[in-house]
Every structure is written in C-alpha cells, then in structure tokens.
Design a protein around this ligand. Structure first.
Ligand code: SF4
Length: 326
C-alpha cells in the first residue's frame, strides 16, 4: 500500500559510469525516501555519490557514459528511472527542479535575466502571453527577494552578484511550482552572510509552497539548520538514515560519528585540535572489500572485510549499515 506522505522513493538505485578502465558504480544500491513538504539532507564528503544521486533523479547523467543500471526512482508512485525521455521532459524542471552550486553553469551568460525566466514559462506553459510572462517573472523575482526586479530583468548574469545570481537560479527553479526542489551545494560558493540569507529564502519558499527539498551538502551545520531527515552517504553507499534530531543526538554509524566529531564547537577551548577522520574516501576503482569505510574506521573488525554490511534498523526510522549493529 503506497504511503501518501512519500513523494520520492529511491529503491536499490545503482548508477554506473563507463570509463576507459571499465564500468564503475558511483552509486551502489542506495535506498531512501523523501516526504512531502519535508527537507531531506544528503550529506557526505566529496566523491560519496551525492551529486550522482541527484543527477540520477533528474535523469541528467552525462551521456553516454552515465547509466542507471538498476533500481527504481518512484516519484508519486511513477518509476521515473525507466520513463521514456519525452515523458521525463514533462517532469524535469516542472515537477522536479534543481539548483546548482555555481549558477553561472546554468544561467546563459549572453541572455538577459528576464529572457531566461520567460523561456521557462514559454517552455512549460506555452499558452501564456507575453504580458502574463512579464508579470509572472517580476512576481517571481520579488518573491526571491531581488530588489528592483524591473532593472534586473534587462541585465545579464555577470552584472549581478553571486548571491543575486543564486536567487535568480531559485526563481528559475520555482517558476513551475515544483513538487521537489533539489539543491546541490547551493550556498558553498557564497560568503556566510549571503549563505544564511539563501538558506532562509529556501526555507521560507518551502513553507509557502509546500514543496519537498533535497539539500545536498558536505556541511553538517547546514543540515542541522534546515533539514528534518538526513541520509549520510559514503563511497556510493548509504551509511545512515535518521531524523536530524536522532542523527545529531545518537549517531550510530562510525562515519557519521566521525563527521560530527570534526565539527568545531563553541564550547571547545580555542587551539584544541579537531578530530578529523583519518584517511581519504577511497576511489571507486580501489574500494576495499566488505565495508567501504573499514580502512578509516576505528571499530573495524574481521567481519567488516567480508560483505558490505546490511542496513539495520537501530531506532524509529533510524537505519545504519554497520556490523556493530547486526
Ligand atoms: Fe566500521 Fe565495520 Fe561498521 Fe564498517 S561495518 S563502519 S568497518 S565497524
């Protein structure tokens, strides 16, 4: 029986890339759910598969190298992993939208901002006339807190600041009132004050529109601030899933514990060395057998080298893939 609170359900997703050295799995058998109107944080170090997961959901994997090898991505109970390209075109941008870390990679540098927003309306709502599009574009720019929207409409992306460009990206993503917004490190390139403003804006818009948000970040501080649910990824696998409260109060996976230990805290005396997780995330071509975290794990045991650990329930809606809990 489908759970009506779930808008997106990723089940046993495997996404692979064909390389000169053969096929490698960047995302290997991951599962998680996103609830309607909730914010889910996808967290982990660089190279853990967060962005590949997002690109798989958007069906924007680089072609021909990237493929969804198996698994399901159920959006409102429709499997979009196997949807024909023309039907996915109807969903991408309209029902599921995405914003990226660097808006300049998505904004067209030679088109005025008004024109770029107008194109989104034209593409998804061909029945809209020119004056309706202008009114809707101005409304959107207002909504995302861009001052003097009439002036911004005739400017080019390079004429506005990085924070304003990110707001324009959010406006483009929200033009069709999506059910899900995927935000891939949208604040990483911004200074802290602007970062806080953009996080506030995403939260405010989410409350207004009721959309679900998947927020991808390596920053647990951001997760604590805006997420309700968290998925911790490591080397293409899900290490732990929990509510944000459980994850911070009672982390069960040694990788999550290591990430939390490496956050600077106000109560820690100055000049205290932070506990950082030793070693690096292994490359996808040199993964250890069994648990992928075992070369860095302070609790590694013999069994950890055998098979990848299964995901175990460790609390209410709390799962960890670790032999300590088997
Ligand atoms: Fe550490 Fe073993 Fe758990 Fe992996 S399965 S996180 S190596 S204890």
């Amino acid at each position: 029986m489908p759970n009506n609170d779930i808008i997106l359900s990723v089940n046993h997703l495997v996404t692979a890339f064909d390389t000169e050295g053969g096929r490698i799995k960047a995302v290997d058998d991951i599962s998680f759910q996103v609830n309607k109107a909730h914010t889910l944080g996808l967290v982990g170090e660089s190279g853990c598969g967060k962005s590949v997961t997002a690109l798989s959901v958007m069906r924007l994997l680089p072609k021909p190298a990237g493929v969804i090898e198996s698994g399901q991505i159920l959006f409102n109970n429709t499997d979009i992993a196997s949807l024909p390209a023309d039907q996915m075109h109807e969903i991408r941008g309209k029902r599921i939208a995405m914003i990226f870390q660097e808006p300049m990679t998505s904004l067209n540098p030679v088109h005025r901002i008004g024109q770029q927003i107008g194109e989104v309306f034209q593409l998804h709502f061909p029945e809209m006339g020119e004056s309706d599009i202008t009114t809707a574009s101005l409304e959107l720019l207002n909504k995302v807190g861009i001052p003097e929207p009439e002036q911004r409409m005739v400017e080019y992306p390079h004429q506005i600041s990085g924070g304003m460009r990110q707001r324009v990206m959010i406006a483009l993503a929200l033009a069709c009132k999506p059910d899900i917004l995927i935000a891939d490190e949208p604040t990483t390139a911004l200074d802290v004050t602007i970062q806080a403003q953009i996080l506030d804006l995403i939260q405010k818009l989410q409350q207004e529109t009721g959309m679900a948000v998947i927020f991808i970040t390596h920053d647990l501080g951001v997760i604590a601030e805006i997420c309700e649910d968290v998925v911790v990824m490591y080397a293409g696998k899900v290490a732990e899933t929990a509510s944000v409260i459980q994850l911070f109060k009672n982390p069960k996976h040694p990788y999550t514990q290591g990430l939390l230990d490496s956050i600077p805290r106000l109560e820690t005396p100055r000049k205290t060395r932070l506990n950082i997780i030793k070693g690096m995330v292994p490359g996808l071509t040199e993964l250890p057998s069994g648990c992928r975290f075992r070369n860095r794990c302070p609790h590694a045991m013999e069994i950890c080298a055998t098979e990848p650990p299964p995901s175990m329930q460790v609390g209410e809606d709390h799962f960890a893939a670790c032999y300590l809990h088997v």
